[in-house]
Design a protein around this ligand. Structure first.
Ligand code: HEC
Ligand code: HEC
Length: 194
């Protein structure tokens, strides 16, 4: 493992800005945020979004849905019990649209996002060969590397994906996971200068 100060210095050319970015780039991503990682649910489109927007998002967002993987009955009970004190009244038709969506995205065959993953602090970064070794060991049994290579995300989003991949069966220690988050964020992040 080696630190990447040298490389960073080559990428950033001018003055104070270069210095600022270099400092930021060598601070391990995970060290900045020690809270449990939360899922990120992509907003659905079509009628179900209208139902959710009208009835659900005034109080909280939709990310928490990913903490569950349940059948229709389970979803119905959860929504009823969670809102005992603030009854949420939706029409039969709206409820049916909502439950169809919840079961299709967060049904019993899906994998619930864990509530507990807290990123460990990492002090060493993966080199390119090290990252490639972990990826080719842990990430090619279900889909090919194209799935990884074609993706561009900020580190936080990579972390959410890695935690979800691990829940699905990818074999990764916490340290490997964070190493990949840092490496992927650096090499396949959303910074246009990468
Ligand atoms: C009036 C405010 C309010 C509205 C509207 C509302 N919720 Fe909630 N919801 C809450 C509160 C408060 C909790 C937390 C209850 C608890 O933990 O006991 C919650 C919890 C939940 C949870 C569990 C979250 C978790 O992490 O455990 C889900 C899922 C959920 N709501 C879905 C929905 C859906 C779907 C709708 C629309 C049909 C909706 N909520 C509308 C207030 C609301
Ligand atoms: C046990 C099977 C499995 C393993 C192992 C696995 N994946 Fe996945 N991966 C999936 C499935 C299934 C999807 C599609 C998920 C979806 O569309 O909700 C996916 C989707 C993805 C995506 C696209 C996510 C998005 O939001 O666009 C990326 C990136 C990804 N995997 C990266 C990885 C990496 C990196 C590893 C190794 C750490 C890995 N996967 C290991 C099953 C797996």
């Amino acid at each position: 493992m080696k630190c990447r100060v040298g490389k960073t210095a080559v990428w950033w050319v001018v003055g104070a800005m270069a210095a600022a970015f270099a400092v930021q780039a060598v601070t391990p991503v995970a060290a900045q945020d020690r809270r449990a990682t939360r899922p990120q649910v992509i907003r659905p489109t079509g009628p179900v979004w209208q139902v959710i927007r009208k009835n659900c998002t005034s109080c909280h967002g939709i990310d928490d849905y990913a903490f569950f993987a349940m059948d229709r009955g389970g979803w119905q009970t959860l929504i009823e019990t969670k809102h005992k004190d603030h009854p949420v009244s939706v029409s039969e038709e709206q409820r049916s649209i909502l439950l169809d969506y919840l079961v299709s995205k967060f049904g019993p065959d899906s994998t619930a996002f864990p509530r507990s993953y807290v990123p460990p602090e990492i002090t060493e970064f993966l080199s390119d060969p090290e990252a490639t070794r972990v990826l080719s060991r842990s990430c090619v049994s279900c889909h090919d590397m194209k799935r990884v290579n074609d993706s561009r995300f900020a580190p936080d989003r990579w972390r959410v994906i890695m935690v979800a991949m691990r829940e699905r069966g990818a074999v990764l220690t916490d340290e490997e996971l964070e190493g990949l988050v840092e490496w992927l964020g650096r090499v396949k992040g959303i910074n246009p200068n990468q």
